[in-house]
Design a protein around this ligand. Structure first.
Ligand SMILES: [Zn+2]
Length: 258
């Protein structure tokens, strides 16, 4: 759904575990804009935020890339305005394998979240080294936890949407893509509505979302905008399929699935 952006002279290029990594200049700009409120506390807090976003998205894409390599396709990683991409050299055959590739991104983030949390439990470094280090600890844990969960929502083109497509096509064959897109539109619209409700709640004197536990993620106008766009995009794809559209999903299961 998102084609890879063109190369620019301002790209940052390096290799990580043998995977070529390219960071498009807009990545830094969008990361900084997303964390602009950190500027209230000073430039150092914004720098910590951008570093956390960089590391977290890189680790997420590294999860996908390692899974691609495990299943025989080399891959490269691109970080750009809309987050990250792990681009395989060739497609992965087998529904089960493609599901694992999609899950590997969020899984890598959960592992990083767990490692940071565990290292703090053991070394007690998060809360004892000043507010800036605490910010680093807190953001590393929460960004990797919540972005992983968010990415698992069954909405295209998020990782959860890829999983949902594979599972629906496995279950309903020719009708599978249609079902997955319907789920995608429904979930995206619901999350967008939740974003609007959260925004209205934040503006009202008496909170009507007070019954939600503290750890439950709150939405915002950004959530509403992003998921509203995704709902519209998925709805369009659904229209393209047309009424009565039917195709036979190729049977490309690998031997251990059959
Ligand atoms: Zn992903």
């Amino acid at each position: 759904m998102f084609p890879e952006p063109d190369r620019t002279p301002y790209d940052l290029n390096f290799r990580l575990f043998g995977f070529p990594v390219r960071v498009h200049p807009l990545f830094w700009l969008v990361a900084a804009l997303l964390g602009a409120s950190a500027l209230d506390d000073g430039l150092a807090y914004l720098a910590v935020w951008v570093a956390v976003v960089f590391v977290s998205i890189l680790v997420h894409e590294l999860g996908h890339a390692v899974a691609f390599r495990r299943f025989g396709s080399d891959a490269h990683i691109v970080l750009w305005a809309f987050g990250g991409l792990a681009v395989p050299r060739s497609g992965v055959a087998g529904r089960g394998r493609r599901v694992l590739v999609a899950l590997a991104g969020p899984a890598a983030g959960f592992v990083l979240c767990g490692l940071v949390y565990a290292s703090d439990r053991v070394g007690d470094w998060g809360a004892t080294n000043g507010p800036l280090v605490y910010e680093l600890y807190f953001q590393l844990v929460f960004v990797n936890l919540y972005w992983g969960v968010f990415n698992l929502l069954p909405v295209f083109p998020l990782d959860g949407g890829q999983v949902s497509k594979e599972l629906c096509e496995g279950r309903w064959r020719g009708r599978g893509l249609r079902v997955a897109l319907q789920v995608s539109v429904g979930v995206a619209a619901a999350v967008a509505a939740y974003g609007v409700v959260c925004f209205l709640d934040s503006k009202s004197d008496r909170s009507f979302l007070g019954f939600l536990p503290w750890w439950f993620p709150r939405g915002s106008l950004w959530t509403a905008l992003l998921f509203g766009m995704l709902a519209a995009q998925n709805y369009q794809l659904l229209q393209h399929l047309g009424r009565g559209y039917h195709y036979e999903a190729p049977d490309d299961r690998v031997s251990w699935e059959k």
